[in-house]
Design a protein. Structure first.
Ligand code: ADP
Ligand code: ASP
Ligand code: MG
Length: 322
């Protein structure tokens, strides 16, 4: 019997009605396959947990924030397992650590180092539907770590690679990958197929539909990824190695909000102290930098994402003073 991994994102599991739709989809697959399910936190739960932490202090401790954020996915696995069991199906919920997901020793943006599949495989052999919390794992210190926003996609494809599953389905609120974000560009067209290479570019440029790291895992382990809608009957988009021999088809257009912070002052180029201060703030806050342009009187840092005004304040106080 084939094994499939099905991942359902936050909008797919937002309430009890939607959980029922998800349960029906899982049951359909379970008739002919072994099934591992990866779920996200319900709806806006993760955003709300971040706000709650920030209402306690401006810069919540990263380790403790991960403990808090990981609870979102834990609620979903329990609810889905309760529902499936009540419908008469064998199901078991597993947190990241119970599922053997080991990460790097980084809070908030950990990468998956390896997956000990013993428990998942034992449960599959018992014909359990295995429901794993996305977005989380444990560090070498047995601390909970999360994988970065949108990281449940990466959990799903990593599990698919570890258990050598035949396919990984990523369900969300759109029927696959479009030529642009269909919520912003009404004429965007759905793509039936796309290569890992192109999809990595699209995700890295900020299209939310798939976490960029999940595509890299798919490519490295040759796992076809199918992005589909939980709510519409469609064919979705299949992401695999390209079979184009030669082609120049334009597949996508993406807009992303990023931040550029410039520090200006005569002779800045020869002031090593300023440069060191800037770098230490970038490092301390774990910020992703795209480029740094240095000219005689300016250092401009282009970040990969939007950075908060707290960073501006911190840089100001450090290089200009309070
Ligand atoms: P989930 O919560 O299930 O993980 P996401 O919100 O992360 O789902 O991803 C789905 C969203 O991605 C869609 O609602 C859509 O607005 C957005 N999106 C951005 N770019 C694209 C694209 N090129 N194709 C499809 N969806 C896109
Ligand atoms: N719940 C996490 C987030 O909102 C992970 C995910 O949904 O993939 O970012
Ligand atoms: Mg997502």
């Amino acid at each position: 019997m084939d094994t499939v991994v099905l991942k359902f994102g936050g909008s797919s599991v937002a309430n009890n009605e939607k959980l029922q739709i998800v349960a029906d989809k899982i049951i359909d697959f379970y008739k002919n396959n072994n099934v591992v399910v990866v779920v996200s936190a319900q709806g806006k739960t993760t955003d709300n947990l971040i706000k709650e932490a920030q209402s306690l202090c401006n810069n919540p401790d990263k380790r403790e924030l991960d403990v808090l954020l990981s609870t979102g996915e834990q609620i979903t696995i329990a609810k889905l397992a309760i529902l499936l069991k009540s419908l008469g199906y064998n199901a078991i919920s597993l947190t990241g650590w119970q599922a053997g997901i080991y990460t790097s020793d980084v809070n908030q943006d950990a990468i998956i180092k390896n997956i000990d599949t013993t428990r998942i495989n034992q449960e599959l052999e018992k014909r359990n539907i295995v429901i794993v919390a996305g977005f989380q794992g444990i560090t070498s210190n047995n601390d909970i770590a999360t994988l970065g926003r949108g990281g449940s996609d990466t959990t799903a494809v990593a599990i698919a690679a570890a258990i050598k599953s035949d396919k990984c389905y990523i369900y969300s609120d759109v029927d696959g990958v479009f030529t642009a974000d269909p919520r912003k560009v009404p004429n965007a067209k759905k793509l039936e197929n796309i290569s890992y290479e192109e999809m990595i570019e699209i995700s890295s440029e900020g299209a939310k539909v798939l976490h960029n790291r999940c595509i890299e895992i798919g490519e490295n382990h040759n796992i076809p990824i199918v992005a589909k809608s939980t709510f519409e009957e469609g064919t979705g988009t299949t992401i695999t190695h390209t079979d184009d021999i030669e082609g120049t088809v334009i597949k996508n257009i993406v807009k992303k909000e990023i931040s550029r912070i410039s520090i200006i002052g005569h002779g800045i180029i020869s002031n090593n102290d300023v440069y060191k201060k800037i770098m230490s703030i970038i490092e301390k806050n774990n910020l992703d930098v795209l480029t740094i342009d240095i000219s005689r009187s300016k250092i401009a840092i282009v970040f990969k994402n939007v950075v908060s005004d707290d960073i501006l304040k911190e840089l100001h106080d450090e290089v200009i003073g309070n």
